[in-house]
Write a protein that binds this ligand. Structure first.
Ligand code: S3P
Length: 445
């Protein structure tokens, strides 16, 4: 499903064994990096961002705001300066806006642009083009937005100009920070108040970061609301390391006796830390050190010591707090003693790939006893063999499979790995530096 399927595309080659040691700094948080551009792009005045994730997804969002007339300076190393001039300076992009692999880019921008009444066409790669968008277009239509999708409710999305939007209360049927955020961002420029309630807690970066831009956002346990007509003020932001990128290293080190790894400057927002809780329930030795706060977000260093993990029934309240980490958690479960059962995780089927299917197919090829279910999987831990698997162009399945090599008996080859660059530039270099026996090569389709 990656955009380059059939052309030259990276293959990861793993030799079995090894341990993870030393110190790793993973790249910046993807969710926060997207939002920093979007909010800085509509704010009054300058926004300075440090630690911006220079992955393809966030760069597409940066390009989109440049195409709509926002002056953005970007220096290598994650320094970005956004010269916001409020919403009035934004103009419709001259051509369609291509958002690559990024569901976050597309869903959040659709809410924002619909509220701003900026006609646009948003497109994506093969994966994004089959992802469900009615989950945002339906509540936005209730607010008065005019957005058309493909027949199956998939991209491209055409946002037509129309009357100003009206605030609504939306009961979100699924636990999705992207849907919550799309509605709230539309609500910023709607009349009256817009509120969203969600069935389970999802990441709250939109709410926290909008507050940092001076917006009055009311938040409760499962609700958030904004009054329309509020202006954003430019600010300074430090983006911490992405806990979702850290998750591969957390799992790799936690499940491999002899490992001893420190992950520095990781965002530990409590709406994102489900992976730490789940691994600890499996017996992992993870210490949270040097806790501090930057830009309204908690940050810490994570110290992991390897051990033999145990299978568990993953508590359903932790699922939405670890939603991007299940590919890695499935690998932890494969190496554990006993059985791990994941339920209530049907959202995994509509990520960059159907992550339940891709992980079940790949782990089965590595000799793991795994049964996919409608909303999760049942994984019996045991020996992991070498073999060849397909990430199906999904960054997180590619990185998760690579960590399996720490506990496999033979080499593992992973196809279709280019999209690792969407969230984790230089993954191979950083993982090899920590002790993963990984190299990348180019393969023909
Ligand atoms: C994200 C929300 C999650 C997550 C995605 C990033 C965000 O998606 O999977 O990687 O930044 O809001 P859903 O809201 O679809 O669960």
């Amino acid at each position: 499903m990656s955009k380059t399927k059939g052309a030259n595309n990276a293959t990861f080659n793993l030799e079995p064994g090894g341990i993870l040691t030393g110190t790793v700094q993973v790249p910046g948080d993807k969710s926060m990096s997207h939002r920093s551009i979007m909010f800085g792009g509509i704010a009054d005045g300058v926004t300075e961002v440090e630690g911006f994730l220079e992955g393809e997804d966030c760069l597409r969002t940066l390009d989109a705001f440049s195409a709509m007339g926002v002056r953005i300076e970007h220096a290598a190393g994650g320094s970005v300066v956004i010269h916001g001039q409020g919403t009035g300076a934004l103009k419709p992009a001259a051509k369609e806006i291509y958002l690559g692999n990024s569901g976050t880019g597309m869903r959040l921008m659709t809410g924002l642009l619909a509220g701003l009444n900026l006609p646009s066409t948003l497109t994506g790669d093969d994966s994004l083009s089959v992802r469900p968008m009615r989950r945002i277009t339906e509540p936005l239509a209730q607010m008065g937005a005019k957005i058309s999708t493909g027949d199956a409710g998939t991209p491209p999305l055409n946002i037509a100009s129309g009357d100003p939007l009206t605030g609504i209360h939306y009961e979100c049927p699924m636990a999705s920070a992207q849907v919550k955020s799309a509605v709230l961002l539309a609500g910023l420029h709607a009349s009256g108040t817009t509120s969203v309630s969600e069935p389970d807690v999802t990441r709250d970066h939109t709410e926290r970061m909008l507050k940092g831009f001076g917006v009055d956002v009311q938040t409760g346990h499962l609700t958030a609301s904004v009054k329309g007509g509020q202006a954003l003020q430019g600010t300074s932001l430090q983006v911490p390391g992405d806990i979702s990128s850290s998750a591969f290293f957390l799992v790799g080190a936690a499940m491999t006796p002899g490992s001893s790894l420190t992950l520095t400057n990781v965002g530990i927002n409590p709406t994102r830390t489900g992976v730490i809780d789940i691994l600890k329930l499996m017996g992992a030795d993870i210490r949270i050190e040097n806790e501090r706060e930057t830009g309204g977000e908690p940050v810490a260093d994570l110290v992991v010591t390897g051990t033999q993990l145990m299978g568990i029934e993953v508590p359903e309240p932790l699922v939405s707090l670890a939603i991007d980490e299940f590919p890695a958690i499935f690998v932890a479960a494969a190496s554990a003693t006993g059985t791990t059962v994941v339920t209530g995780a049907e959202e995994l089927r509509v990520k960059e790939t159907d992550r339940i299917a891709v992980m079940a197919d790949g782990l089965a090829l590595l000799g793991v006893n795994i049964e996919a279910t409608a909303d999760g999987a049942r994984i019996v831990g045991g020996p992991i063999q070498g073999g060849t698997v397909d990430s199906v162009g999904d960054h997180r399945t590619a990185m998760a499979f690579s960590m399996a090599a720490l506990r496999s008996s033979g080499p593992i080859t992973i196809h279709d790995c280019d999209n690792v660059n969407t969230s984790f530039p230089n993954y191979v270099g950083i993982a090899a530096g920590a002790g993963l026996r990984i190299t990348a090569s180019l393969s023909e389709g």
